[in-house]
Design a protein around this ligand. Structure first.
Ligand SMILES: C[S@@+](CC[C@H](N)C(=O)[O-])C[C@H]1O[C@@H](n2cnc3c(N)ncnc32)[C@H](O)[C@@H]1O
Length: 244
């Protein structure tokens, strides 16, 4: 069954954008997934097609009107998760991406200006998701990020050669480093173990590198990884770093 993405936006011309090319674009051509970008402005009722208004209580910027946004959402309330992309949302993580990719699809609401009136978020029970601790000018790039992350996990989109099994976050760790030919480049050699042909040694090296990188770069992921380890099971759990 086709995984369906519907995006509500004031800028439908931004879609499919980069998702029309490469892996995602080919998967769309094969009907693995579909994308419909709906113009929120089409649901405005006055002759100026107004979608926003000044904030109650004063302050800078404009707010997207609840009646217009609700009318836009109404036709898409079909059981798929309805998500409002916002810096206030829960940070997007691979686990939620996997859940969304294994469902029927998503309905994504892209904000502009100061965002949307709080009442429509409550009335439609929108899930709020952020793609990071920074502020974009609109939800469209965030929607593209979320869709890219989901679509690559749909069955048949990635070949066996691009398996998601070992990549960052799949194991609770960041991924180990990669190397290809030439074996020596600018005086830098590929680690000997990778040329050894010894599969168990390669696997152990990759595991310990993944652990080292996670420990050094992401103490948050490292703590949760350690908390989920059965003592003696992984074999190569390195000691936690000293506090800075
Ligand atoms: C200029 S932003 C509004 C920021 C909002 N006033 C605030 O301070 O939280 C306009 C729109 O961009 C989108 N957006 C901005 N940053 C985002 C992020 N980090 N993740 C997801 N969506 C984001 C949201 O849809 C938001 O409604």
């Amino acid at each position: 069954m086709t995984w369906r993405a519907s995006v509500l936006t004031l800028f439908p011309a931004m879609f499919p954008g980069p998702l029309g090319t490469s892996l995602a674009g080919r998967a769309m051509e094969r009907d693995v997934w579909s994308l419909e970008a709906q113009d929120i402005r089409a649901y405005a009722t006055d002759r100026h097609r107004t979608v926003d208004d000044t904030p109650f209580g004063g302050g800078a910027g404009m707010v997207m009107r609840p009646d217009v946004v609700d009318a836009a959402l109404a036709g898409f309330d079909d059981g798929r998760p309805m998500i409002y992309l916002t810096p206030r949302g829960r940070p997007l993580a691979q686990e939620r991406v996997r859940e969304l990719a294994s469902g029927p699809g998503v309905v994504l609401l892209c904000g502009r200006y100061e965002g949307v009136d709080e009442r429509v978020i409550a009335a439609r029970r929108l899930e709020e998701i952020s793609i990071g601790d920074y502020v974009l000018s609109g939800g469209e790039p965030a929607a593209l990020v979320l869709l890219d992350a989901c679509v690559r996990l749909l069955p048949g989109v990635m070949g066996a050669a691009e398996s998601a099994d070992e990549e960052s976050f799949a194991t609770g760790l960041l991924e180990y480093p990669h190397y290809t030919r030439p074996a020596e480049w600018q005086g830098r050699a590929v680690p000997d173990v990778l040329l050894s042909g010894h599969h168990a040694a390669v696997a152990a090296w990759r595991r310990s590198e993944a652990e080292r990188i996670t420990r050094e770069r992401r103490p948050d992921l490292w703590s949760s990884y350690q908390a989920h380890q059965t003592p003696g099971k992984s074999g190569a759990v390195a000691p936690a770093p000293a506090a800075p």
